[in-house]
Design a binder for this molecule. Structure first.
Ligand code: 5AD
Ligand code: SF4
Length: 451
């Protein structure tokens, strides 16, 4: 009987992508996927280390998996537990000391070695593989087969850049994902052509710092993200493009004008600012002021006036005063976001700011987070309400919430539900938006675009 594997992904979209590639790798070796960890011979947790809570969740999950492993062992079945991703990279062998049921610890740049690690016999002890040379990984991974891509849907992520050299003082990424590196243009295009042939219509190019992309082009030059986007847009069958996540310092003019020039590039930009206070931004080592960010947003809006904006925010960074926090609220009011992510500052071991003396009390962080989130939620709802009466192109990607409905995404990344009629998954059709719920829009199919 083929071995069954189960993969669970935590954290960001880079992990979702890596989990899919680990799945391809195991399937190419004859494993089959299961959605039930209790029946899996191989259980992979693809972990996130970005905030403390994310890490603690992994250890409670590992505790539960240990029970499953023991129960299966009593019935004569072996279970291999794999910890992959950023907790693996950051904690390494410590994970096995804390939870001895773990068999394999594999970092985000080393998971192409999984088959060899899984083939080790029992009694060889736990394996820890944390090499950070990412170039090997992409060259070695098998391309997914068509049936596997189909099961992933009509919108796919493609990692084009990994790692980060920015060293924001709160962030573990430069340590867990290593130095910044970009994949070659030809490899990226090959992967996207393959996805397109299997029915994918929308591509999101992803990277920890995707707009720092500087990959080797087929012409021997270094290509920027703007140039890469133009090339991806030319791939037959690809109707929509997105990219995430970006740093303000790397928003070059080519990328900004791409928002006007490339029709396939969707009017949505996730551009994290973290804080609206210059003092905090400097201590975070973001290397720009709030006014620089606002100027950037203005520039992007000149190219693409309807662009939907989103950001990440951290409240309660060490030394953040009430005044600093007010500056963040002021920036949010000035920009007007379509959606956002916001977090309480979490000291991460090994990052500079974790050891600073002026840590903010948890109650203060919680209070500020609640105020910020209320404002962001208000803006999100206002943005969604502004869609009523408009006709939006919707890419249908799944059955709807109710029978007879079909669901999809607007250009602004909003979930949209309509009566299905003749619409099918994978199609892009104009939809007149008729009402707005807390988390999605409702509309009806129109035959032609409104003038
Ligand atoms: N504490 C809180 N939030 C963090 N992020 C990154 N590191 C931390 C931390 N130590 C947030 C940032 C980043 C997002 C992915 O996670 O806002 O943009
Ligand atoms: Fe972390 Fe800053 Fe790099 Fe983003 S840019 S991954 S927040 S160090």
């Amino acid at each position: 009987m083929p071995k069954r594997f189960f993969v669970k992904s935590y954290g960001c979209q880079m992990n979702v992508y890596d989990s899919a590639r680990m799945g391809d790798l195991l399937r190419s070796g004859g494993h089959v996927e299961t959605s039930d960890p209790a029946t899996a011979d191989v259980v992979i947790l693809n972990t996130c280390h970005i905030r403390e809570r994310a890490t603690e969740k992994i250890f409670s999950e590992l505790g539960r998996l240990r029970e499953t492993k023991l129960a299966r062992a009593a019935l004569g079945h072996e279970t291999q537990i794999v910890v992959a991703g950023c907790v693996a990279q950051a904690e390494g062998a410590e994970i096995v000391s804390r939870q001895p049921a773990v068999d394999i610890v594999v970092g985000p740049q080393a998971y192409h070695r999984l088959p060899a690690l899984l083939a080790r016999g029992p009694g060889e002890g736990a394996a820890v593989e944390l090499d950070l040379a990412a170039a090997d990984k992409f060259a070695t991974l098998p391309l997914p087969v068509r049936a596997d891509i189909r099961s992933r849907g009509v919108a796919a992520f493609v990692t084009v850049q990994e790692g980060c050299d920015k060293f924001c003082s709160f962030c573990v990424v430069p340590y867990t994902r290593g130095a910044e590196m970009s994949r070659e243009v030809a490899a990226v295009i090959g992967e996207i052509e393959n996805l397109s042939r299997a029915g994918v219509r929308e591509i999101t190019l992803i990277g920890q710092n995707v707009n720092a992309y500087h990959g080797a082009g087929p012409d021997g030059r270094t290509w920027s993200l703007g140039r890469l986007l133009a090339r991806v847009a030319a791939v037959e069958g690809i109707a929509r493009l997105r990219y995430t996540t970006s740093h303000p310092l790397d928003m070059d003019d080519e990328l900004i004008t791409a928002h006007r020039e490339i029709a396939e590039l969707m009017p949505y930009l996730h551009l994290p600012v973290q804080s609206g206070s210059d003092r905090v931004l400097a201590k975070m080592n973001r290397r720009h002021a709030a006014a620089d960010y606002l100027r950037l947003i203005e520039k992007v809006r000149r190219e693409r006036p309807d662009i939907a904006l989103s950001s990440d925010f951290i409240v309660g960074f060490p030394g953040e005063t009430r005044g600093d926090f007010e500056a963040t609220l002021a920036l949010v009011r000035e920009v007007g976001y379509a959606s956002s992510f916001s977090f309480k500052y979490s000291p991460r071991p090994g990052t500079p700011s974790a050891d600073w003396a002026e840590q903010v009390a948890d109650e203060v962080k919680a209070e500020r987070l609640a105020i910020l989130q209320a404002l962001l939620e208000e803006q999100r709802q206002a943005f969604n309400r502004s869609m009523v009466g408009r006709t939006l192109d919707v890419l249908f990607d799944k059955p709807g919430r109710h029978p007879g409905q079909i669901g999809g995404k607007s250009p602004y990344l909003q979930a949209v539900h309509v009566e299905r009629r003749d619409a099918v998954i994978g199609e892009i059709r104009p939809v007149l938006i008729t009402s707005v719920g807390p988390n999605s829009l409702t509309g009806r199919l129109v035959e032609a675009r409104a003038a």
